[in-house]
Design a binder for this molecule. Structure first.
Ligand code: GTP
Ligand code: MG
Length: 197
């Protein structure tokens, strides 16, 4: 897919204030600092579109971007951010879960996972919750440029194996890097295919 335009639309904490659900929508979610905002910028080739930071907890709102005037890409705040208060964490859960379960135009949730790490409980639990709620999702392993391909493949295999305890089939996955743009075209192609159906 060629990105002809990529524009910021709105930032929200309230599900009822989101843009009208008239276009297909894809959301990026995952641990704080996993690289959600960076990957959105790499996919769209717009450096400052989504705000990124070395410090976890940068994205705090539901951010909508409109791509080619025809679909929404959504940057969500990360989960598992240790420095946040319990109250904030509960608040995050409340509004993100509400967004994910009520957003009728949401086509697929992309769950971002750091390819450098062994499977983490928080990511597996989140996938389980998506499955329980019947939400279609795919896995996006990030930061592939930071270690060898062999290491990434081992971690991906372990993660997929861990999911097999709950799922009959493991979801589609991508190995990506915001640094080298590895995998970004494949994600866009997948979105294109879903949009065409
Ligand atoms: P929150 O908004 O806090 O949840 O974080 P996020 O998931 O949006 O992460 P963000 O894109 O802000 O990136 C976090 C840090 O990781 C930044 O310092 C990025 O430069 C770095 N980073 C993200 N993706 C990559 C990648 O593919 N390769 C490398 N080397 N660094 C990356
Ligand atoms: Mg972010």
């Amino acid at each position: 897919m060629l990105i002809k335009s990529a524009e910021f639309v709105t930032s929200n904490t309230e599900v009822h204030k989101l843009p009208a659900p008239t276009l297909p929508e894809y959301a990026f979610i995952g641990r704080s600092n996993v690289g959600k905002s960076s990957l959105i910028n790499a996919m769209t080739s717009r450096k400052g579109l989504a705000k990124t930071s070395q410090k976890p907890g940068k994205t705090q709102l539901i951010n909508h971007f409109i791509i080619n005037g025809d679909w929404y890409l959504v940057d969500l705040p990360g989960y598992g951010f240790a420095q946040t208060s319990k109250k904030n964490r509960v608040e995050w859960e409340r509004f993100i879960r509400k967004y994910l379960t009520r957003r009728e135009n949401l086509q697929c949730v992309f769950v971002l996972i750091d390819s450098r790490h062994e499977p983490q409980k928080i990511d597996l639990d989140f996938c389980y919750w998506l499955g329980e709620n019947g939400l279609p999702f795919m896995l996006v392993f990030t930061k592939a440029d930071k270690q060898s391909g062999v290491k990434s493949d081992q971690n991906i295999a372990k993660f997929r194996k861990a999911l097999l305890q709950w799922f009959e089939e493991v979801p589609q996955y991508f190995l990506t890097s915001a640094e080298t743009r590895m995998g970004t075209d494949t994600i866009l192609q997948t979105i294109d295919e879903i949009n065409a159906n």
